[in-house]
Design a protein around this ligand. Sequence first.
Ligand SMILES: Cc1cc2nc3c(=O)[nH]c(=O)nc-3n(C[C@H](O)[C@H](O)[C@H](O)COP(=O)(O)OP(=O)(O)OC[C@H]3O[C@@H](n4cnc5c(N)ncnc54)[C@H](O)[C@@H]3O)c2cc1C
Length: 597
Amino acid sequence: MTTYLPPLDDMRFVLAELAGLDQIAALPGFEEATPDLVDSILTEAGHIAEQALAPLNAPGDRQGARLVDGVVTTPDGWQDALNTLTEGGWNGVAFPAEFGGMGLPNLVNAPIQEMWHSANMAFALCPMLTQGAVNAILSYGTDDQKALYLPRLVTGEWTGTMNLTEPQAGSDLAALRSMATPDGDAYRIKGQKIFITYGDHELTSNIIHLVLARTPDAPPGIKGISLFIVPKFLTNDAGEIGARNDVHCVSLEHKLGIHGSPTAVLSFGDHEGAVGYLIGGLHRGVECMFTMMNHARLSVGMQGLSIAERAYQQARGYARERIQGKPAGWTADGKTGIVNHPDVRRMLMTMKSKIEAMRALVYVSWAAIDGAHSNPDSEQQARAALMADLLTPITKGWCTETGVELASLGVQIHGGMGYIEETGAAQHFRDARITTIYEGTTAIQGNDLMFRKLLRDKGAAVEGLLADMDQVARQATTLGGPHLGLIGAGLATAVAQTRQAVKWLLDAAAPNAGLAAAAAVPFLRLMGTLVGGYQLARAALVSQARLAAGTDTPDFYTAKLTTAQFYAASILPEVAALTQSIVISSDLVMALDEPLL
Ligand SMILES: Cc1cc2nc3c(=O)[nH]c(=O)nc-3n(C[C@H](O)[C@H](O)[C@H](O)COP(=O)(O)OP(=O)(O)OC[C@H]3O[C@@H](n4cnc5c(N)ncnc54)[C@H](O)[C@@H]3O)c2cc1C
């Protein structure tokens, strides 16, 4: 019931045809990313996801992570799975060779991460958080810090964590209270962090915590926060493990999903103070975190895609087997699965088309990150950076919200059996639910999109993207035909409606922060829905061209046309409703008095 088959053909299609793998591979430093190598990496990653990680997903959910006598234990099989990734060098796919990585683009890492998270999200969080720590140290570490920590984190010999949240400081990092007092070359950290993913475990010989804290004379608010490296075990410069640092797991959270992932309450400095090393300069902690956030947020957006793919595969399998009555309009003899009930088809196609839209959006976003880091042409680099900045909150916010929606549809397709734990559909729904909350809630992504990405440049970046969409819509409409005509018209209409929403936001909401904030999440949903439709229209153009040129796999490309057509006809029209909602209901939301709520 809970098997997972990596959708390698779909991944290859998006990499090659939509995300521009050949252009990314041509950037300096990525020479290794030849088509053959990428292909064999994906095939091997697919085997690991399917055979080593996926079978642990349901048992890991049932067993969960446990804290007994101060020791955190992860589910059976987690250790072997992590060893497999470490031995294969999988943690270092997108990190520099000088620190033990493979030096490949983030774009190549994207399908690998997608597979890990589809197969077993609770497990995959461990390498994901470690990659976050690597990014922080790569960007801001001193040479000594890089030499000590990076080779061990890149290989996966040690794991990493991100410590932002405190009981009074969640979305609002300005409220952080953890204190870092200078002590010689280092600092002594005291404070409590909550909800720390893989904050403690016995999987590796050390855990490297990245911790936000304040120094005694720091200015209040965001500007007074600094970032510190706090290892679980202190080491010498050669990395040999020494004394236990003063950081301890007080408890593990009991939570809705991702049971196999230990979510720790960590106490820093119950005794002499945990030794921490400043990274990135005094009072630059939030700036450092923001630099890494593009990576971390895209990774969580990816989780929305991954869990939806897993839920879809499971729901499709169930719908083919489950027999229940005769579908309306069904004329063939014999019994057939519920897959042929028109509403089940609608649900499955909704899942499939949104998954394809998400995959394209996520991979294109990673390609933009690669371009922003590695394109030697400053103009193209700036363009890629702009695109990465714009797409990041959309990818995080929309793909996670859509992941939850699709995992819920997966439950619905199972009927009552979806609500019963044994099928596994419920686990996907429970696991998906955290993705819209951590790494910045959907509202925080909406605010980022609204205030930093739309209003700050008066809509210039968004208009640039809309202009690209105009071109694709025109191409599709000009080529016409049964599929492309509808796709082109649908996209053109949605773009025009989006321009209306943008105009209203720039005119009416820009001078009124409350109004802009009320419209932020609807605007994020609008942009996600629209960008998804744009990517599928691009996919349809490519598919039409392949079919016209003659191909060995016509079914594959015909299916892409159908998916894009379905999305254009039944999902893209949501842009009209969202435009209405932004223009009309934002005022209403602002007018609501608290007692009415
Ligand atoms: C399983 C799990 C794992 C986690 N892992 C980590 C981790 O590894 N490291 C770490 O540091 N943290 C971690 N977190 C914490 C997570 O990042 C926070 O829960 C998240 O940032 C939200 O903060 P909060 O829970 O305090 O909610 P709050 O900030 O209290 O938000 C509550 C509600 O208010 C809304 N809201 C708050 N502020 C605004 C605003 N400015 N505009 C609009 N709406 C707003 C939110 O959108 C939300 O709907 C984890 C949490 C969980 C549950």
